[in-house]
Design a protein around this ligand. Structure first.
Ligand code: PLP
Length: 393
């Protein structure tokens, strides 16, 4: 970190800055408005109204009704709640369908589901092709009479690749199977409405859309059998016990409202910046390649492999200029294993190790893109000079 220079933050799939409007909306609930939303007195009641307002703001972005929105502590809790709830609602079914590219919040739960539940489960982890997409015939074949839940992410956090979850949910519904999607990376970046969809459960996380860390939402379609993850008080209509994290709930509500307002900018200006960055790097740096389907992708994400260099070394060199990006997902960095997502896509070892994820937001500027386009090519060239695998002339 260089305190003389501004930070160029291009790691928004890891976490985002809390928007100033969100901070302002939350502030009163750290101060004078500290009542308990469940209290009978009007001092608490006004706080209860703020929670109700936030629920409405979230419901508007998702295109659902307020009573289908449950506030949780994070995306991970939403994922666990949805999957475990479906298993409890269908105890005689002992099969789960998910994919090899899920975030650890889903992947690790499904891989260890027999330990968590104390019951034997079979788990189908669908393969993806070299562009990160699932074969729909293989998906159709994976759905069985004893499938208790399908859990497929809407957009991948590492590559940004968007999966056809609305279509997959229809196919699951035809076979009477509940469908969950981890939409943590999709919400606020791509428009959709849950009202006409067959998705039963959807997870989202505040800190990926300019609300604080430690607040999430689980959408549960009305009429879907539901078993709470946390049992205790009557909060969230008995579906998630624990006194509400009021300030963060107000924050995620305001963030959802802002995301709806900025959706066009995300898909216009931000996408154009991402394309400029991506095209500039791919054309100026030899042996660089884009990971993931180019079209079916979030507007803010570019995952690029620079062959024969280590992603961690690139990050360290970029850090000298305060350029923040990521190699693999933030959760897997710290391990020398290449990302499970890129491995599932069959990205060769030499390229998977040198992959960098740039993830932009509405706060990025063209000037920042120009700085990265200026600084990164010489960094890659100098690292390759030191690489024993880089063919020297
Ligand atoms: N799912 C996806 C796709 C994510 O990218 C993340 C965070 O990186 C999570 C789930 C976990 O969300 P949280 O950090 O709120 O638990």
């Amino acid at each position: 970190m260089n305190n003389e220079m501004p930070v160029i933050y291009m790691d928004n799939n890891a976490t985002t800055m809390v928007a100033p409007e969100v901070m302002a909306a939350m502030e009163p609930y750290f101060g004078g408005l500290y009542g308990n939303p469940s209290s009978m007195h009007s001092f608490g009641g006004q706080v209860g109204k703020a929670v109700a307002n936030a629920r409405q703001q979230v419901a508007e972005l998702l295109g659902c009704d307020e009573d289908e929105v449950i506030f949780t502590s994070c995306g991970t809790e939403s994922d666990s709640t949805a999957i475990l709830s479906a298993l409890r609602a269908n105890p005689e079914r002992r099969h789960i369908v998910t994919s090899r590219i899920e975030h650890p919040a889903v992947k690790n739960l499904c891989e260890n589901i027999s330990i968590f539940t104390g019951h034997p489960y079979r788990v189908t982890m669908l393969k993806v092709d070299e562009e990160g997409l699932i074969d729909m015939d293989e998906y159709a074949e994976s759905l069985r009479d004893d499938t208790a839940i399908v859990s497929i992410m809407w957009a991948n956090n590492e590559t940004g690749v968007i999966l056809p979850v609305e279509e997959m949910a229809v196919m699951a519904r035809e076979r009477g199977i509940p469908f969950h999607t981890d939409a943590v990376q999709a919400v606020g970046k791509i428009p959709f409405s849950l009202r006409d969809s067959e998705i039963d459960f959807l997870s989202l996380s505040g800190h990926k859309l300019h609300a604080p860390k430690g607040i999430g939402v689980l959408y549960v379609k009305r009429g879907t059998p539901f078993a709470p993850f946390l049992t205790g008080g009557h909060q969230e209509d008995g579906r998630r016990a624990g006194t509400e994290n009021v300030a963060s709930i107000v924050g995620i509500g305001r963030a959802c409202q802002l995301a709806a307002d900025k959706m066009d900018e995300e898909n216009g200006r931000v996408k154009a910046l991402r394309d400029k960055l991506e095209n500039g790097l791919l054309s100026s740096i030899p042996r660089s390649l884009l990971n993931g389907n180019k079209e079916l992708r979030l507007p803010n994400t570019a995952n690029i492999s620079f062959e024969f260099v280590e992603g961690e070394s690139i990050l360290l060199h970029m850090d000298r200029y305060n350029i923040c990006a990521s190699s693999g997902s933030a959760c897997t960095s710290g391990s020398l294993e290449p990302s499970h997502v890129l491995r599932a896509m069959g990205v060769p070892f030499t390229a998977a190790h040198g992959s960098i994820r740039f993830s932009l937001s509405v706060y990025n500027t063209e000037e920042e893109i120009d700085t990265v386009l200026e600084k990164l090519p010489p960094i890659i060239a100098s690292l390759r000079e030191m690489s024993p695998f880089w063919p020297k002339k």
